[in-house]
Design a protein around this ligand. Structure first.
Ligand SMILES: [Zn+2]
Ligand SMILES: [Zn+2]
Length: 210
């Protein structure tokens, strides 16, 4: 399964585009913000003849959903997220402003609400939904057993973990979500919401916050 990552918007969110052999594609956290970022994404999809089927959000902090409306309109797709983060949608313009980002539009609500243990299918791609609250109440990680990889959103980073001091965050709950993720095989590749790729084994050995 090819994975293309993009680093978008002033908060430098990683957006991941995944596709199968038949070119069915999905995007995790489309953070594209500027016109240039939007056309970078669009050109990549076009040049690789991908058919974008859906948007998966790891959580609904503004930096991870800045490009949701654009992708939804451009490709006529809906997004998927956990219900416990819906309260964040209305706060997008305010939160963006606190970080110096102008975003007037409120993000459209997810078309599909995901629960822990569900499986998302897109062509031949299957991702298991893992509810991993603590950074935000509705934080999700997406796990592919076949591809041996985890999209960890803002729960787990290389050498660090998500903050738990934002609205709805909880350090104790975050710690237990992280312990849950650490049960995955050591060689699981981890694609976080910010910063470089890592692995479960590397984090077990080196992450001072675990
Ligand atoms: Zn976040
Ligand atoms: Zn983030």
């Amino acid at each position: 399964m090819p994975i293309q990552s993009f680093c978008f918007n002033p908060i430098q969110v990683n957006s991941y585009l995944l596709w199968d052999d038949d070119l069915n594609a999905l995007i995790i956290d489309p953070g594209c913000y500027t016109d240039k970022e939007k056309s970078t994404l669009q050109e990549f999809i076009q040049n690789n003849k991908l058919v974008l089927r859906t948007i998966l959000n790891t959580h609904l902090h503004f930096d991870h959903i800045l490009g949701n409306n654009f992708v939804e309109k451009t490709y006529s797709v809906g997004s998927q997220a956990h219900k416990d983060d819906l309260f964040l949608l209305n706060q997008l313009p305010l939160h963006a402003r606190l970080f110096g980002v102008t975003a007037q539009e409120i993000c459209e609500p997810p078309a599909t609400l995901l629960e822990d243990g569900a499986t998302v299918h897109c062509g031949n791609i299957s991702l298991r939904v893992v509810h991993a609250p603590g950074h935000s109440p509705g934080s999700l990680a997406y796990y592919s057993e076949n591809e041996n990889c985890l999209f960890s959103g803002d729960v787990l980073f290389k050498g660090s973990v998500g903050r738990s001091d934002l609205q709805g965050g909880n350090g104790t709950i975050l710690a237990s979500s992280l312990q849950h993720l650490m049960k995955l095989p050591d060689d699981t590749k981890v694609y976080p919401g910010h910063g470089p790729q890592t692995s479960i084994g590397y984090e077990k050995a080196h992450n001072p916050f675990l």
